[in-house]
Design a protein. Structure first.
Length: 260
């Protein structure tokens, strides 16, 4: 994984050229695909593009992208199903593009494992910023794993949850949790601040690194995280809703009503 256009050096030598991060753009609109591809290449990324769902899965397997920019409406196989299959195959980050204004469609993408979404029409510069942000997070997780394997000095433990940033692994009651990069970062933030109430704006700033964005992104990721760490996600004990504020992690908490 990589960020800001490069994924590191091609060798250990001092004069090695940086290796561009690989981006796969999936969109059946030739104009959108051309514009997005052009902006990403100017930002320093190695970009390939395809125009349908089956081609996206085949190219992803061969190209092994560091990030996928994925349109929701695709021929052959829609973006939601492509995203689901990509996430089932590995932790590649996904930014979803959608022309729809319906919030349900955006939420559906996030629930399939997308890390972010951008609604058409969008600013190509904003998309490049989103790509850079997602890749930075993924690169930080990869670097921690590479440098800290076997360390665990920053290991976090509470309520049967063990999270090790050095190896980027998490478990609940000894069962490994399959978390996306954002879910892992969100859980780490909660574990580092037990008992504290966090607003959605704060979580977007501290976990996503953004000062802007749709706060439903936070809501959906909290819901996905609850599904993986709570005994009863509909009546969460650990990640509790603080009405009018946001969320609070309570390692020894009791039920406080339904999730929201």
């Amino acid at each position: 994984m990589s960020g800001d256009g490069v994924s590191g050096s091609s060798s250990g030598g001092g004069g090695a050229e940086p290796v561009p991060a690989r981006i796969l753009v999936v969109d059946d609109d030739p104009t959108v695909s051309e514009v997005v591809t052009g902006y990403l290449r100017r930002a320093g990324y190695a970009v390939e593009s395809v125009a349908d769902g089956p081609a996206a899965l085949a190219r992803a397997a061969a190209f092994r992208p560091d990030l996928v920019v994925l349109d929701l409406m695709l021929p052959g196989l829609d973006g939601l199903e492509v995203c689901r299959r990509l996430r089932a195959a590995g932790p590649v980050p996904v930014i979803m593009l959608t022309a729809r204004g319906d919030e349900d469609d955006r939420i559906a993408g996030l629930e399939r494992g997308a890390d972010d979404y951008v609604t058409k029409p969008f600013s190509p510069r904003e998309l490049v910023l989103r790509v850079s942000s997602v890749l930075r997070r993924a690169a930080a997780a990869g670097a921690a794993t590479a440098s800290g394997a076997g360390g665990g000095g920053d290991r976090l433990t509470a309520a049967g949850i063990t999270l090790d940033p050095s190896t980027h692994r998490a478990a609940k009651d000894g069962r490994e949790l399959a978390l996306t990069v954002r879910e892992f970062d969100l859980l780490a933030h909660f574990l580092r601040h037990p008992g504290q109430a966090h607003g959605r704006e704060e979580l977007m700033r501290e976990v996503w690194g953004w000062d802007f964005g749709d706060l439903s992104t936070v809501t959906v990721h909290v819901r996905r995280l609850r599904a993986k760490v709570e005994e009863d996600p509909g009546r969460p004990k650990l990640i509790q809703t603080v009405w009018g504020v946001g969320y609070r992690f309570e390692p020894g908490g009791s039920h406080e009503g339904a999730a929201a």
